[in-house]
Structure formats: structure tokens, C-alpha cells
Design a protein around this ligand. Structure first.
Ligand code: SAM
Length: 271
């Protein structure tokens, strides 16, 4: 049967359309995700199907969410023989997709559009109980922030918030030459494993996240001043630091995740 070749459409910058063209990187991503037959994998932004094909070849059940109708059309034409239940192709915005309706456990594999990586990641982390593993290609700087160690330049509110839900490992870098069109930035593939016991224990999650955000709001200030400027009472902050034996002269970036958890718990008791 003759199939019409897909129409050429110029890659859209606003949708971060830098397509992977390197099969070695495709294989490394799939190997890292340890794709097994019958596993459910969500792919965000299948684009021209580079990762999608590999996932289907490894016999995963794939749900792929793509915002660009031309690309959805192209994939349908290029892969006429695959469909539900092996392959579900959704035309839509990955930020609005009802992930809460997917029965876990599932994996997420994606080469994310650069402008969407943090919002998509936060949306997915809301569903962390259902997610076994995420293998995501991100802009190198964002990946460095997610995987940063305490005390380093890249360590910040984003690091603590994400590491509170998941173990993060930067796996390998991908240069611009592996994409068409070439992006201006380097990329890094990261492996996120949501914590098996759930998020770290904390009584009031939104309060904890507020403390973390407040501690980094004024990076050059000591943590006490940054938190006070962010609306916390000076007495409560100083009292809490003293109670848990932490030096009030320290800056936010020197606090480990467990110190933040202790600090938030203590401030929460005092206010
Ligand atoms: N996975 C393909 C690859 O590796 O070659 C394409 C990756 S490209 C960096 C990002 C893809 O995400 C594009 O296909 C783009 O159209 C799609 N995309 C952008 N914004 C999106 C959104 N809000 N929801 C779903 N897909 C989106």
C-alpha cells in the first residue's frame, strides 16, 4: 500500500523543536530507562518519533503527548501499523494532561522542550507515587541545578524541592550536534527516581516549601535575614536554629535537605 510522505514543516522554536538525530544517544537513553516488555511509558513531546520508535521496538506500551498537530499527523502516517493498546498518541499540551488518571507504575522518558522542563517536572512530581523512574533530557544548566550538591553554586530552591521527592543523577551530556536544528545550549540526560517511601516526612508540605523558597529568596544574605525578608518572624527563625544547633550565620545554600526539613519543622512549631 502506498503511503503519502509526511509534509515538511519547519521546526517551531516556540515549542522547543530540536529533534534528536543521534541513534547512539537514543540507545543510551533507552538503556538508562531499562525499558522492559509491557512496561507503560509516558513520552512527552515525541516530535518526529526518534525515542518513540525505540520505545516501541523494546515493546513498551507508550502514551505519547505531542502539542504540534503536524507532528502528530506525521507520526500517524509513518507508523500506521501501531495503535492502541501498544501506542496511544495524544494531541495536546503536556502541562494539561490528566496524569492523575494513569494507573501506575509507569516510567517517563522525554527529550523535553527547554522552556517546559521545570513546569513539566513539577507537574509530574505531583504524581510521584505512580512513577517508577524518569529519564529526561534537559538543558545542561537546569540538570546541574537539579543534581547539585549542597554548598555549590547551582544548589538552590529548585534542587531542594526536587531532591525532596526524588533521587537525582546526571547521567550523561549531549552536545548540540546531536540535534536538528542545533540548539544553542548543551543538554544533559538525568535519571530521577522518586523516593520509594514517598516524599521525606514533613508535617506541612507547603510550609516546608515556603521555608526553602524563603531561605533562597535573597541568596547573598544569611538564612535568617533571607527568611525574615520573606515574611518569617525573626524570633521563630533564630529560636529554631538555636534549638537544632545550626549556626544562624550560614547562608541558605549550605543547608542540606535534612537540615531544611528540621528547620521547617521547628519554625512551624513556633509560629
Ligand atoms: N522527542 C523528540 C526527539 O527527541 O527528537 C522531540 C523532542 S523536542 C526537544 C520537544 C518536543 O516537544 C517537540 O516535538 C514539541 O513539539 C513538543 N512540545 C513542545 N511543547 C509541548 C507541550 N506543551 N506539550 C506536548 N508537547 C510539546
Amino acid at each position: 500500500m502506498k503511503t503519502t510522505p509526511p509534509a515538511f514543516t519547519r521546526p517551531r522554536k516556540s515549542w522547543g523543536q530540536n529533534f534528536l538525530i543521534d541513534f547512539n544517544i537514543q540507545r543510551k537513553i533507552l538503556d538508562l530507562a531499562e525499558i522492559k516488555r509491557g512496561e507503560h511509558v509516558i513520552e512527552i513531546g515525541p516530535g518526529r518519533g526518534m525515542l518513540t520508535r525505540g520505545l516501541l521496538e523494546r515493546k513498551a506500551f507508550v502514551t505519547a503527548i505531542e502539542i504540534d498537530p503536524h507532528l502528530v499527523d506525521r507520526i500517524r502516517k509513518e507508523m500506521p501499523s501501531v495503535g492502541p493498546p501498544d501506542f496511544e498518541l495524544v494531541l495536546g499540551d503536556a502541562l494539561r494532561y490528566p496524569y492523575e488518571t494513569i494507573q501506575g507504575p509507569y516510567k517517563v522518558v522525554a527529550n523535553l522542550p527547554y522552556n517546559l522542563s521545570t513546569p513539566v517536572l513539577f507537574r509530574l512530581l505531583e504524581e510521584y507515587r505512580q512513577i517508577k523512574m524518569m529519564v529526561l533530557m534537559l538543558q545542561r544548566e537546569v540538570a546541574e541545578r537539579l543534581a547539585a550538591d549542597v554548598g555549590t553554586k547551582r544548589y538552590g530552591a529548585l534542587t531542594v524541592t526536587v531532591q525532596y521527592c526524588a533521587d537525582v543523577r546526571a547521567a550523561f551530556e549531549v552536545p548540540p550536534s546531536c540535534f536538528r536544528p542545533r540548539p544553542r545550549v548543551h543538554s544533559t540526560v538525568i535519571l530521577l527516581t522518586p523516593r520509594s517511601n514517598g516524599r521525606m516526612p514533613v508535617q506541612d508540605e507547603s510550609f516546608f516549601l515556603k521555608v526553602v523558597k524563603g531561605a533562597f529568596a535573597y541568596r547573598r544574605k544569611r538564612v535568617v535575614n533571607s527568611l525574615v525578608e520573606s515574611g518569617f518572624s525573626k524570633e521563630a527563625v533564630l529560636g529554631s536554629l538555636e534549638k537544632i544547633g545550626l549556626d544562624p550565620g550560614r547562608r541558605g545554600e549550605t543547608f542540606s535537605l535534612s537540615e531544611f526539613l528540621e528547620l521547617a519543622k521547628e519554625i512551624g512549631r513556633l509560629v
